[in-house]
Design a protein around this ligand. Structure first.
Ligand SMILES: O=C(O)c1ccccc1N[C@@H]1O[C@H](COP(=O)(O)O)[C@@H](O)[C@H]1O
Length: 220
């Protein structure tokens, strides 16, 4: 079984970002959506360790804003968490490619899940994105703090790998380990690891990464 990647989403405070440096993480996510409580203010300087891939989260944003943030924050991944159509996703990809950066920028599409058929919304994006992120459909575009029925993941049969998100906490570790889907790439954590929106509880994150990753290393 390959090692599950872990992404912490919604960081916005540099001191808090410095504190997560020694957590066993793979991705850190910054939210560029003004209506989020975790919104990264304009021109906020954010530095992270080279070990983490940097993910920018966008909700129905302009292509210009996405390209600006890719450059300004040296993003590795663009996560589209709104109602972006396949056509818009293609345009975003093409404009990012025009930036001629020295690295490939992945595009992830978030899909909101409530019922079984929602997983098939992935169909229209499967050939134009690099990964999916399955989140719970709720009142907000993201950060609702709720699970969906993970059995729905059994219906996923497309080729891109996916991340699982939506209200995940330390209580979910054993249930996560029960998921045997070959396309499960990683776990995205957010509101259940916070002191307040945008401020992460480092000890809770360490507990999570340790329990997800250490046991895996022992079983390889
Ligand atoms: O967290 C937010 O405020 C947010 C706002 C708009 C789009 C995405 C957002 N966060 C994403 O939502 C998932 C699930 O969060 P939670 O665990 O339910 O709190 C999170 O991992 C982010 O990718």
């Amino acid at each position: 079984m390959k090692e599950l990647k872990i992404k912490v989403c919604g960081l916005k405070n540099q001191q808090n970002i410095n504190e997560i440096e020694d957590c066993d993480l793979d991705y850190v996510g910054f939210i560029f959506y003004e209506k989020s409580k975790r919104f990264v203010e304009e021109n906020q300087l954010i530095t992270t360790s080279q070990n983490f891939k940097r993910v920018g989260i966008f909700v129905n944003s302009s292509i210009q804003n996405i390209c600006d943030k890719v450059i300004q924050y040296n993003l590795d991944v663009v996560q589209l968490h709104g109602d972006e159509s396949p056509l818009e996703v293609k345009k975003i990809r093409s404009e990012i490619l025009k930036l001629s950066l020295h690295k490939f920028i992945e595009i992830w599409k978030a899909i909101s899940i409530k019922k079984e058929s929602d997983i098939h919304k992935a169909d229209a994006y499967q050939h134009i994105i690099d990964k999916f992120l399955f989140d719970t459909k709720g009142k907000l575009y993201g950060g609702n703090g709720q699970h969906f029925d993970w059995q729905i993941l059994d219906e996923y049969s497309y080729s891109p790998p996916f991340l699982l998100s939506g209200g995940i906490s330390n209580k979910d570790v054993s249930a996560i380990k029960e998921i045997k889907h070959p396309k499960l790439h990683g776990i995205d954590i957010n509101s259940q690891f916070e002191v307040k929106p945008g401020l992460k509880n480092i000890n809770l994150i360490k507990e999570f990464t340790k329990s997800i990753k250490q046991n895996e290393k022992l079983t390889i």
